[in-house]
Design a protein around this ligand. Structure first.
Ligand SMILES: Cc1cc2nc3c(=O)[nH]c(=O)nc-3n(C[C@H](O)[C@H](O)[C@H](O)COP(=O)(O)OP(=O)(O)OC[C@H]3O[C@@H](n4cnc5c(N)ncnc54)[C@H](O)[C@@H]3O)c2cc1C
Length: 478
């Protein structure tokens, strides 16, 4: 028998017959996956791929009522649809390239809008790109479904099915524990018994309450209300007014953490994230001159689809027990950014644990929880960074300094673009918050920020010479 500390290579060498975890997947084991969003599909894909490498034959049922081919809420998983460049690259390295019908637009830059001006920031190394995708099949009222558009979730689900997963178009309404095995119950049909259940039902699902009720210590993650909507502008207007940039706003609006306008095909998606997003905050935001300026004739058009989905702000407590593991938003997600990326990471860590280390509470605690913990700790640093960002948003001199520093950097190359790379990674989720924070402690960063704090405020008119567009007030030195 290999010792519990055996490496993956050791496990591969010994094969299936000598598994060290008393609770482990065997040939013919049944795995139930609740939810076929990114976490559920990634988990199924990785589990099947890893199991194959050690000759393990498992059956996977993915429970997912959505087809992701309908327009509007019925087909949608309520998301900005930005796939971080880090994830785009990871997926490509795994052999999962995103095809053109999935990528609605390659985003190569972003425009940062503040009351002191607007600055365009290109990808820091002028090579990375992020992808804008639809999670479903586009917004409601978008006309007939175009055949050339494939939603991201559908694409991942098809990949999982091509590897052998089966889809059950049913909503799970109960998970119970009987005779040492988890049981999954839908509104119709008998309950199904599984050797392992992976819960990938997101944060907005009713199935999380019964799981909390199993009393193994799981607590549903804390979540906040967000706002998301779609505008129809047409391809040509989008090209003229928004281009291939994601538009981000640093405005002094209480409770608003992030605001982004993302161009996609004939539509643009607007996302507002924060801790108390309500109708009045949405109205205040849409009335802001910096926002209106992004639209033709400075008029915000009617939305074709909108909703207030919830987003994770704190991690779940104990998202695992014997034979049950919670992944993606049902477990832990990155704060305000790259939720699809954290769905990928938690799904992969859970699949690796299940295949190579076992499916007991102990195996998940030892091999799965560290990945969740790492995301959770990084989120604490992210929370601190958003607090600092609030201070900047509230103080005009610091806004001027940030704008000036970012704008003047645009003529520089690579790692001399200190503020631009910090902002890029902060807004796109392309790097861990810890790494971004460490960059802001570098002497060169601090010195440049200090200089711009002086130069940007002693002579605010000098902003006009920078590589951005200052507002009239600042260009005139007001
Ligand atoms: C406004 C907003 C904007 C966002 N923008 C981005 C972004 O631009 N980029 C990014 O990376 N992340 C973004 N996120 C976060 C991202 O959407 C999530 O982190 C990600 O979708 C998590 O994937 P998941 O598979 O865990 O959950 P989900 O995507 O929520 O998928 C859960 C799936 O489970 C299914 N399900 C639920 N209950 C049941 C049940 N009882 N039985 C069967 N199936 C069930 C649902 O139908 C759904 O398909 C955003 C979130 C919000 C709220």
């Amino acid at each position: 028998m290999p010792r519990p500390s055996a490496s993956i290579e050791d496990r591969l060498a010994v094969g299936l017959s000598e598994r060290f975890d008393p609770v482990a997947l065997e040939n013919g084991s049944r795995v139930g996956v609740i939810g076929g969003g990114p976490a559920g599909s990634f988990f199924s894909l990785f589990l099947l791929k890893m199991a194959e490498t050690i000759g393990l034959d498992v059956d996977i049922d993915i429970y997912e009522p959505r087809h992701f081919v309908h327009k509007g809420p019925a087909g949608c998983n309520h998301c900005g649809g930005i796939v971080s460049e880090f994830l785009v690259q990871l997926l490509a390295a795994e052999g999962f390239r995103l095809p053109p019908e999935v990528v609605q637009r390659g985003i190569d830059s972003y425009m940062l809008h503040m009351d002191v001006g607007t600055v365009r920031i290109d990808t820091p190394l002028q090579e990375k790109r992020i992808a804008a995708v639809y999670r479903g099949n586009g917004p409601r009222d978008a006309g007939p479904a175009p055949t050339h558009v494939v939603g991201f979730d559908r694409h991942l689900q098809d990949l999982a099915v091509s590897r052998g997963a089966k889809i059950r178009r049913q909503l799970v309404n109960q998970v119970s524990w009987e005779e040492d095995r988890p049981h999954v119950q839908c509104s119709t049909g008998p309950s199904e018994v599984y050797d392992l259940v992976a819960v990938a039902a997101g944060i907005n699902s009713n199935v999380l309450q019964p799981i909390e009720g199993l009393e193994f210590g799981y607590r549903i993650p804390e979540a906040a209300r967000t706002f998301i909507c779609e505008f129809h502008l047409g391809e040509a207007t989008i090209r003229e007014h928004l281009g291939t940039s994601m538009h981000l706003f640093l405005l002094d609006i209480p409770h608003l953490e992030c605001a982004a306008i993302i161009p996609k095909g004939d539509f643009v998606t607007l996302c507002l994230l924060g801790d108390k997003i309500d109708d009045s905050l949405v109205t205040t935001f849409l009335d802001a001159p910096e926002v209106r300026a992004c639209f033709p004739k400075a008029m915000v058009p009617r939305t074709v689809c909108h909703c207030f989905p919830r987003i994770n702000v704190k991690a779940a407590v104990r998202p695992f027990t014997d034979r049950i593991v919670l992944i993606g938003d049902s477990g832990v997600a990155r704060l305000y950014k790259d939720g699809i990326g954290s769905a990928y990471r938690t799904a992969k860590a859970a699949a690796r644990t299940a295949v190579f280390h076992g499916i007991s509470d102990e195996a998940f605690a030892k091999h799965y929880w560290p990945t969740c913990r790492q995301i959770d700790v990084d989120n604490s640093i992210g929370r601190f960074m958003f607090t600092v960002s609030h201070v900047i948003q509230k103080t005009r001199p610091t806004r001027r300094a940030l704008f000036r520093m970012t704008a003047t950097e645009q003529t520089r190359t690579g790692n001399r673009r200190h503020m631009s790379s910090v902002l890029w990674d902060l807004f796109t989720g392309s790097a861990p918050y810890r790494e971004i924070l460490l960059r802001t402690f570098r002497p060169a960063f601090v010195a440049r920020l200090g200089w711009n704090l002086v130069a940007g405020n002693v002579a605010p008119g000098s902003l006009a010479s920078a590589n951005g567009q200052p507002t009239n007030g600042d260009a005139n030195g007001h």
